[in-house]
Write a protein that binds this ligand. Sequence first.
Ligand SMILES: C[S@@+](CC[C@H](N)C(=O)[O-])C[C@H]1O[C@@H](n2cnc3c(N)ncnc32)[C@H](O)[C@@H]1O
Length: 203
Amino acid sequence: MKSKDICLSTFVFIPHNWAKKFQMSDGIRNQYSDLGVEGFYCKEGANYSNPHFSQVEELLQKNEHRIDYSQVLDFCCGSGEVSFVLEQMGYLKTIASDPFTQEAYKQRMGKKCQSWTFEDIVKGKLVGTYSAVVCSFAMHLCADDLLFPLSYQLFQHTPHLIIITPHKRPELEKLEGIHLDFEDFCLTDRGKKVRLRAFRSTF
Ligand SMILES: C[S@@+](CC[C@H](N)C(=O)[O-])C[C@H]1O[C@@H](n2cnc3c(N)ncnc32)[C@H](O)[C@@H]1O
């Protein structure tokens, strides 16, 4: 049994309004560096909920006129933050994937998600065609040297890659064949920007 399988059994669902429990603080960033990202989500995934859920919701709603949500892949779905918002907006065909939060996703959304990792996608394991791939608060976790092959593979399955991020990273427009289509942002209570950045490719 892989360590991933062992840790999955410990996941439980935490509603997003418990988010204050789990702020993406310097302490958590330190744990990323102590445990590694995978180790962190195996150990702490049971407590995960995005403290910026309302910003994710606002950005998805504000940009409905220019993103086709009819068949989204919610990539690195966590406990289903993006899927939940889309469902509330009436979009019922979202497919989700996350290697570490399958039970949490099932608890919130009442259905299973896939388990594709960044590395799986790079190896060509992604299946399906999507109107958009939405990756919220996660693609900055991908190793720099995987960003191009990961994006390339995602663009084989969608015309539109939507990144929601509290950082400037990942700057996919710096990669050959990828351009920024549009961007938007909203502010947290503390005045920090959460960005929605939409990309297209010439691949
Ligand atoms: C900060 S959470 C974001 C979750 C959710 N999308 C949201 O908006 O709250 C980052 C997610 O990336 C996932 N993740 C970490 N490493 C990964 C990898 N190598 N491949 C795919 N997903 C990964 C974690 O399981 C976690 O759910």
